[in-house]
Design a protein around this ligand. Sequence first.
Ligand code: IPM
Ligand code: MG
Length: 356
Amino acid sequence: MEYRIAVLPGDGIGPEVTEQALLVLEQVGRRFGHSFRFGKLLAGGCAIDATGTPLPKETLDECMKSDAVLLGAMGGPKWDSLPGDKRPEAGLLGLRGSLGLFANLRPAILNKELRDASTLRPDVIGESMDIMVVRELTGGIYFGERGRRAGKMGQEAYDTESYSVGEVERIARIAFEIARKRSGKVTSVDKANVLESSRLWREVVTEVARDYPDVALEHMYVDNAAMQLVRNPKQFDVIVTTNMFGDILSDEASMITGSIGMLPSASLAEGRFGLYEPIHGSAPDIAGQDKANPLATILSVAMMLRYTMQLEDEARAVEKAVDRVLEEGYRTGDIMSPGKKLVGTREMGMLVAGYI
Ligand code: IPM
Ligand code: MG
């Protein structure tokens, strides 16, 4: 099969980590007989510098013509003082909205080899951890009405949280489908004791659950969920939640694994189209020094093979190659520990490709 992939390397370490991920993808192509065509495009800070906007039309057009998008990282201190709608983040939200990427999958997996990296005690974390956060990505307060107005105590600013039945239903279905292939438990996180939007969320998730009698559903308030995640993360399997709660809880879950440089993500639209990116940022302090960990981007490519191309064997081959490299003791600086072999971005990419 031939696949067309829009590649948005972005800023900071984005270009170097995507380069290694593409190397691995090309190796998958050779080994399994697929051809991947890449179109590299500007997005984020580099696009602001070159064109004045974080998401040029040409980039969006090419994304729409592709089977999938691979994104490196966007943003950096250079663009931090720009107004809200001109920042690199606006480009990311524009991509999510325009491409209809409503389902954000953020696995928080603690690799056995990196157990010591967790900030939690070994008796809390156990042998390993594997949680899938399913975050709604194109609704809620991120996309609701916002603005400023005059108020009794001076100027007021507001953002609106709102969810429709259809929006909750489709994200809930994604979570239940995923849970079905795992241990079969969904925790839906909301704030239904206070928010009307959360009460609707809870009603709809409960309704969708009827179609999945084989999956256990539990509801949890977001404050409790934040606490339970560090108290006993092992109780969770799939967490499904709103855009903003998912933003917060997925950072918390990823920190528990201690290795943010390892975690991939997928943002899916209806059908098979998706955008894949590491969850880490652009790390401008180490950019261009061959120090960045490319494994999160490489594992994002594995997610692309699984969810967009439905090539499960190829996805597993990439994940196994990463496990193998870690077992052999190779580490980039961010996951280095005594007695292991320190390698750079490029060597790490070559090692993984070598095991495909
Ligand atoms: C994320 C990020 C983004 C978000 C920012 C950069 C807009 O924190 O992907 O989690 O809040 O969604
Ligand atoms: Mg975030």
